[in-house]
Each structure stands twice: as structure tokens, then as C-alpha cells.
Design a protein around this ligand. Sequence first.
Ligand SMILES: [Zn+2]
Length: 322
Amino acid sequence: MSILTRHLALVSESEQVGAGDVMKVAAALQKQAIRDLAPIWGISATVDAFERLEDVPTGYWPLIIKDDIEEAGAEGIHMDKDGQPFALITARNDLNAWSLTASHESCEMLVDPFGNRLVAGDSPAQGQARVEFLVEVCDPSEAADFAYRVNNILVSDFYTPHYFDPVKGAGVRYSFTGAIKGPRQVLKGGYLSWHDPVSDHWFQLTFFSGSKARVRDIGKLDARASSFRAQVDRLTEQERMRVAGPKAAQAKLQASAAAREGEDSAVVEAERLRSQIAQILGSSKAPSDTGGRKPRAGRPTSPPADDDDQSSSTPEKYPIER
Ligand SMILES: [Zn+2]
């Protein structure tokens, strides 16, 4: 089967988020997309980091990390004037405080770029029969409590196509982490949105407070105004911030010893590799002593290193024999 690959670009427009963090999170999102999401949803995707919005190649859908978008209620996926998706993510100092949102938007954009994908199924509401669910793979288990880590970076759980199965089966995977245990289940902090063709109203099963989920009628929506996703997300903005926003993500990570151990292991590995490289280069001196360039063993230290540069940048030319 050959399919079109979807390309996402992660970019920071915030002073708080440096290129190093953008690259680390992009690598985690890329691994999540290829290893976890792609086989389950039958998509093909890349996620790459770019330094500036101006560097993003044509045809890539940008995920932009920005300051002051939380207050405006602008976090989430939007459409540009050509109808192409882009996402806004609230900037925070700590990358784990924004990676969960970035992962949520990345997974949902890859499965349903335009925010209007509907799938038919049995309604979870009494008195309703067949309805059309909006395919938002992260919403029902979006809370930080159900997140998992890729390269030790917090990413969102997402549901599988079995989420819309008519009946519950044994050994069926309903979400990637297994947190969702049956079709159309909404976990604490999550929600699910659908359209009832009979009343022409939209409904949501939300679990933002109390001890169980409840259904609310959110009235009529018009896809010509903006995507269904943009319209339903606007209604849940405040509640979502509480469960999957930066504070919740940070709390989740701080509570986890594994996260700290993971950080340590990356640092230890880097140190080990550096000392091995120093051994290969045959010197125990600190790199700063020679400006990072060391003469190779067995070669005279003069003439100066310029000579090296020349021989490697202009390869020798051979005459053509006749
Ligand atoms: Zn969502």
C-alpha cells in the first residue's frame, strides 16, 4: 500500500523555549508517530524541528509554541487561509510542561488533519441510537494521569479504531496505553463529542468533575464556520487546561521517580561517550587546550593545522591517460 506522508514541523516563537528543547520534543513526537500511532491508524508521518517559522518547508503543517495564547483561548488546531492545519501550543520553561499538549495536537492532526472526520457508532446517551463521533484520538484519555513517556518526554495516550466497536471484546486494545478499557469510555479529565442526526444537535460525554462522566447538549454546530474540532475544543478549553495543561503535566512528572532517573541516564551516557571519544582521539587533555582540534598520533605538529584543511577540502586530481 502506498500512502501520502504527512509532515509536521515543530517551531518555537517563544524566548522561553530554546532550540534544544524543540529538537528533543520533536524527536519524541516523531518516535510516537512512527512507532505507536502509524501502525494503529494506518498513516505515514514525519515530525521535525525547525528554528524559525520562515524555515518550515512548504507543505509542512506547523506546531507553533508561543507565549500568551492560553489567555486568548487559542491553544489547539486552527486552519490557515488555504484551509491547512496549524497548531498553537502554550510556551513554558520546562519542556515536559508543553510536550503533552504538543503530542495531543500532533496525534490528532495526523489522524484527522482537518478536524471534521466523523465515524458512526452507538450513542453513549440514553434515548439516542446511531450517532456520528468526531475522531479526536486524544480527548477521552487526555489527562496527564494517562500520559506515557517517549525518550522520557511526556506524550499523550490516544485511542485506537476499536474505540468505536459496537461491543467490548476480550484482549482488545482501545487506547495505546490500555488506560481505556472499552468502547466509547471517557476517563477522568477527558471528553468525547458527537452529532445526533435526529435532533441535529451536538453532544459531549465529559468527565471533568464528580465521580462519573455525564452527557451535555451543546446545540447546533456549522462546519462551514470552522472545523468541528475547533468549535468543540473552544467549549472545553478551561476544563482541558486543568487536566492536561502545563501544571498538570508538571505535577505528573514531579511525582515520578522514573522521569528523574531517565534524565540521569542520558547525562551519564553522554559523559561516558565523551570520555570514549577522548580515548579514541588519543589524548587525555581537555578539548579546550587545543581548541577542540588535536594533531593525529604519529604526525608532526607543524606545519599548522591549515594544511589538514586544504588537503581535505580539495581532493587530489588525476590526469586522464590516453
Ligand atoms: Zn483534542
